[in-house]
Design a protein around this ligand. Structure first.
Ligand SMILES: *Cc1c(COP(=O)(O)O)cnc(C)c1O
Length: 381
C-alpha cells in the first residue's frame, strides 16, 4: 500500500465538502464536442439544467441510500413521481395505482394521465394481489407504502411478481422509507422519493429523486426528464448533501422520541387506532420486511371528531404546528378527512385522522401540548 505523501500534500485545498457549481452555459473545447454534446446527458455534462458536479454528487449519494445504481434529482417529490410516468407512459397504456397515494399524485393520475388517454385504476391500499386488475395494456404499477396518512402497506414482493409477469414496471413512492429500505430487493424498478422530507430534514426546500437499478431504465427516464425542462439548483443540492450526512442519526432520534408518544396516544380514550406500523397494528410484520425502523411520522384515527372540535384542539397548540410537509426538526399535526380521500376499503372510509410528525422538541412539552389539546377537544362540542 502506498503511504500518502503528506509533505507533497501541504498547501492543497482539502475541504470535506462538495463544491457548489453554479452554471447554465458550459463551454466545449472543440466544434465536434459541441455538436456531440447530447451524448453527455447520462454521464457527462452539457448544460447546467442536465447536471453539474454538485447535482451528480447528490444523485450518487441518493442512489447509494436507496440501494439503486443511478438517481435523478428533480425539483420536488411530486416531480419524482410524475416525471417517470410522463417519460414512460403513452396513450392506450394502463396504470394501476394504490388507493393511498399522495393526493397530488392521485390528482395527476386522474387529471393529467387520463386526459392523455392513459387509463388509471386504483387498488386497495393494503393489497397483496392486483391480479384481477392486470391487463396486457398495463405498463406500470404505482405503490406507496405505507400509504399517505392512512399508513397501510401493500405487499410489494407479491405485487411486483404479478406485475413483472405481464411485463409491467413497478414504481414506489418511498418518501416514507428513505434511508430505511432497499425496495429494489423486493422487486421495485423505480423508487421515487420526496427529499423535501427527511432527505433535506429542515423544512427549507423542496426536492425529489428518481432512483433505478437498471441502466437502460435510467436512460429512458433521464431522457424523458430532460425533455420536460426541469432541474434543481446547486444551492439546494448542496443543502441536501449536507443533510444526508446526518440522515441515519436524525431518523433514529425521531424514532426514539416517537415511541413514548405512540404509547401515550394509545392510552387516550379519544383515539380509536394509532397508525404506526413500525411498532403497532396488524401490519407490523409487513413493515419489518421492508423497513429497518420507524421515524417520527404517525397518524391516529379519532373515535369521533368534527371540524369544530379539531379546530378547538389544533388552533391553540403551542409546540405542534399545523402543517403537512413533515421530516424537519419541528413537530407537526394535520387533520385528514377520510370520507373524501379514498375510493376503496382500507383502514376506514369515514371519520377523521390526525397525522403527527414528532420533531426534536423536548418530549415533555410535546405531551403537555397534546394533553391540553385533547382537553380543548373534549370541552368543545
Ligand atoms: C411529501 C410527499 C410527496 C411530495 O413531495 P414534494 O416535495 O412536496 O412535492 C410525495 N409523496 C409522499 C409520500 C410525500 O410524503
Amino acid at each position: 500500500m502506498d503511504t500518502p505523501d503528506r509533505a507533497a500534500d501541504a498547501g492543497r485545498f482539502a475541504a470535506l465538502t462538495v463544491p457548489v457549481h453554479h452554471a447554465s452555459t458550459l463551454t466545449f473545447a472543440t466544434t465536434r464536442a459541441f455538436l456531440d454534446r447530447r451524448t453527455q446527458l447520462f454521464d457527462g455534462y452539457s448544460y447546467g439544467l442536465y447536471g453539474t458536479p454538485t447535482t451528480r454528487a447528490l444523485e450518487d449519494m441518493v442512489a447509494r441510500i436507496e440501494g439503486g445504481s443511478r438517481s435523478i434529482a428533480v425539483p420536488s417529490g411530486l416531480a419524482a413521481v410524475t416525471g417517470p410516468l410522463l417519460a414512460l407512459l403513452r396513450a392506450g397504456d394502463r396504470v394501476l395505482v394504490a388507493d393511498c397515494v399522495y393526493g397530488s399524485t392521485r390528482d395527476f393520475c386522474t387529471e393529467i394521465l387520463q386526459g392523455m388517454g392513459i387509463s388509471v385504476a386504483f387498488f386497495p391500499s393494503d393489497a397483496d394481489s392486483i391480479a384481477g386488475l392486470l391487463t396486457p395494456a398495463t405498463r406500470l404499477v404505482l405503490l406507496e407504502t405505507p400509504g399517505y396518512y392512512t399508513m397501510e402497506l401493500q405487499d410489494i414482493d407479491a405485487i411486483a411478481r404479478e406485475a413483472h409477469a405481464v411485463g409491467a414496471l413497478v414504481m414506489a413512492d418511498n418518501s416514507y422509507g428513505f434511508g430505511l429500505s432497499n425496495l429494489f430487493t423486493h422487486g421495485v424498478d423505480i423508487v421515487a422519493t420526496a427529499l423535501s422530507k427527511y432527505g433535506s430534514g429542515h423544512s427549507d426546500l423542496c426536492m425529489g429523486s428518481i432512483t433505478v437499478a437498471d441502466d437502460a431504465l435510467f436512460r429512458r427516464i433521464k431522457l424523458g426528464i430532460s425533455r420536460l425542462g426541469i432541474g434543481i439548483s446547486a444551492d439546494d443540492a448542496y443543502l441536501v448533501i449536507r443533510s444526508l450526512q446526518t440522515l441515519p442519526v436524525r431518523l433514529a432520534e425521531h424514532a426514539r422520541r416517537t415511541a413514548p408518544v405512540v404509547d401515550w396516544l394509545a392510552r387516550r380514550p379519544e383515539i380509536d387506532v394509532v397508525l404506526y406500523p413500525h411498532s403497532v397494528g396488524p401490519q407490523r410484520d409487513r413493515h419489518a420486511r421492508f423497513f429497518r425502523g420507524g421515524h417520527g411520522l404517525l397518524a391516529v384515527r379519532l373515535r369521533q371528531g368534527s371540524l369544530a372540535r379539531l379546530s378547538a384542539m389544533l388552533d391553540a397548540m403551542q409546540v405542534f404546528r399545523i402543517g403537512a410537509s413533515w421530516g424537519g426538526v419541528h413537530s407537526l399535526i394535520a387533520p385528514f378527512d377520510l370520507s373524501t380521500a379514498r375510493r376503496t376499503a382500507s383502514v376506514a372510509r369515514s371519520g377523521w385522522l390526525l397525522r403527527l410528525h414528532v420533531g426534536l422538541e423536548p418530549l415533555d412539552s410535546l405531551l403537555a401540548d397534546l394533553d391540553a389539546g385533547f382537553a380543548r377537544f373534549n370541552a368543545s362540542s
